[in-house]
Design a protein around this ligand. Structure first.
Ligand code: AMP
Length: 570
């Protein structure tokens, strides 16, 4: 297919903020994709491989500028000036290609296949001469591009497509295009997406229009799968009411989620955002090899850090640095040891366990694990129908520095990726919310050289809306009470800058943070219509995907709950 056609679809999608209109545009387009071009499913999300694949395009603004300069014969400095003025590097490419096209004849026709080929090659280079090779591949694409194609090529390169399409938009478009919008199939399509995490694979089966065929797409050991998520319980009674009695209760460990895969002796570790972290946790690989019986399996677990001397559990922020760490791994694993708490099993020795009741899965977990505290154990669990037992278990969990407890329904299946009602969490009342950093302000005086204030946003239909700014809860020195530091945040944000005006920057929405706050107010100052009062960054969440940050509805819900509490207590 011509890339021009896809670019027009991107453009159409960017012109409406209405979800139904987006679904309509997309579903018509899906019907037109030729069989040999199903890689377009990746391009629709600004990718070239499935979301879990580590080969990412990741081109910096600087490199894009060099390629634009070369392709259009414009001086690099001029390109930068133009960028500072418009704040959008894609628009810069579009304008410059437009003026160039007026003087020279269009050369080649660009196809989606050629775009995918060149973008894939970009991820393969290593070592000397990499930059030049990348620039020449991008230049090749840009010199064949029309202005509109150049806009979306550059946006794809820097990872900022701005078309407001989420995985759910694509799901509904598939339902509409190939299953006559039959809502009975929605759940099935969602499930296959969560199992596969590969929209091309799902699309290729979906286009045949036979819902039964989705069974062919099974989970695969070694390929990441989305974790099952929990909902909140108001209190113990509430948990009993929703899940019945007896019920399983477990510690809610204050760490990060880890899915452990083993196949043919090879162990792979994934976070809940499907990131492969096998290299970061060599000691965990050894624990799994030694203490878990079985040739192939997928285990679900929470990894917690503990203090080497006191053996006390630490909070998440303390171990979070291990997730992204790429160097001196041995040293940091010595300094920040972890314990793996296994609580579920999705696959065991050739058998998919997703629809086996939780009680049986939990039993199997305990049969195949040799318990080694401070290394690898099964989660602390009790089965009970007694409120008092739950309450004392809850107290013990908090005393052990854990977050609270989980409730699990004994006969529930495992539903990957779903915030299901058969797994509930109970934590002490804190006003806590997960948000994404979308911008900030460069500091002055003592804080010059650092970004010192951060714009926090929630999500709404594929867009990010600000709910506040934060400059507190952040440390100036490394290791200051385990706080996130200005330096750390500045380093993370700098390569993500997409717009800079005076002291203000806008960044790509990538950095997820857990924020504590006092309360929420209505506010005309932010586009979300809400403002958090006294927000404080509690932790960086490199383990959480953007899809899991709070939705605008949750912000509104928290506001209403806060109001009803105020009402009750005067
Ligand atoms: P939240 O992040 O607040 O939505 O809480 C759900 C998270 O708690 C899960 O994604 C896990 O990472 C974590 N967790 C800790 N302990 C457990 C447990 N015993 N069972 C399930 N999830 C747990």
């Amino acid at each position: 297919m011509r890339y021009e056609k896809l670019s027009k679809v991107y453009y159409e999608l960017s012109q409406t903020s209405k979800r139904l209109e987006k679904i309509d545009i997309l579903s018509k387009f899906l019907e037109e994709i030729p069989k040999e071009d199903s890689d377009i499913m990746y391009l629709l999300e600004g990718r070239i491989y499935p979301s879990y694949d580590e080969r990412k395009i990741g081109i910096s603004n600087q490199l894009a500028i060099k390629a634009i300069s070369k392709a259009t014969g414009t001086d690099g400095k001029k390109v930068v000036l133009h960028w500072k003025k418009t704040g959008d590097i894609g628009e810069v490419a579009k304008e410059l290609i437009k003026s160039k096209k007026q003087t020279t004849l269009a050369s080649h026709i660009l196809t989606t296949g050629k775009v995918v080929d060149n973008l894939r090659k970009l991820t393969e280079f290593e070592g000397k001469g990499t930059i030049e090779k990348k620039i020449s591949l991008i230049t090749e694409l840009l010199t064949s591009a029309s202005p509109l194609e150049a806009l979306y090529l550059v946006r794809t390169l820097i990872g900022d497509l701005r078309i407001g399409v989420q995985e759910s938009t694509i799901k509904y478009a598939i339902l509409k295009a190939f299953f006559k919008n039959n809502k009975d199939y929605e759940e099935e399509i969602q499930r296959v997406i969560d199992r596969s995490n590969d929209l091309k694979e799902v699309f290729e089966v979906a286009r045949e229009g036979k819902i039964k065929e989705f069974e062919k797409i099974d989970l695969q050991v070694g390929k990441p799968i989305k974790a099952m998520l929990a909902q909140k319980a108001k209190n113990v009674e509430d948990a009993f009411k929703h899940l019945g009695k007896p019920i399983a209760i477990e510690y809610k460990y204050d760490g990060f989620r880890l899915l452990i895969h083993k196949r043919e002796g090879k162990i792979t570790l994934f976070t809940r955002s499907l990131e492969n972290v096998t290299k970061q946790f060599p000691e965990v690989i050894n624990y799994v090899k030694e203490y878990v019986k079985g040739d192939s399996f997928i285990l679900d677990s929470e990894v917690v850090g503990y203090d080497k001397k006191t053996k006390k559990y630490t909070d998440f922020q303390a171990v979070s640095q291990r997730i992204k760490r790429k160097y001196n791994i041995e040293k940091i694993s010595e300094k920040l040891p972890v314990e793996v708490n296994v609580f579920d099993i999705l696959y065991y020795d050739g058998k998919n366990m997703l629809s086996i009741p939780f009680e049986k899965r939990a039993k199997l977990v305990r049969e195949i694990i040799k318990e080694h505290p401070y290394k690898l154990i099964s989660s602390k669990m009790k089965i009970t129908d007694d409120k008092k037992v739950v309450e004392s278990f809850y107290k013990a969990a908090l005393k052990d520095n854990q977050e609270g407890i989980m409730f699990k329904s004994l006969n529930a299946p495992y539903k990957p990726g779903r915030r299901v009602g058969n797994m509930l969490k109970l934590k002490p009342e804190t006003n806590e919310i997960d948000l994404v950093i979308t911008g900030g302000e460069w500091g002055s005086g003592k804080r010059s050289g650092w970004i010192s204030s951060f714009n926090l946003s929630c999500k709404k239909d594929g867009k990010y809306l600000e709910v506040g700014k934060v400059g507190t809860g952040i440390g100036e020195k490394i290791n200051e009470e385990n706080k996130v530091t200005f330096d750390e945040l500045t380093k993370l944000m700098t390569p993500l800058i997409i717009e800079e005006k005076g002291k203000n920057v806008k960044v790509k929405s990538k950095i997820v943070v857990t924020v504590h706050y006092q309360d929420i107010q209505k506010s005309p100052n932010y586009e979300s219509g809400w403002a958090l009062r006294f927000p404080r960054i509690a932790a960086l969440r490199p383990d959480k995907p953007i899809s899991e940050i709070a939705d605008l509805n949750e912000v509104e819900k928290d506001f209403l709950e806060q109001k009803s509490k105020n009402y009750k207590y005067g």
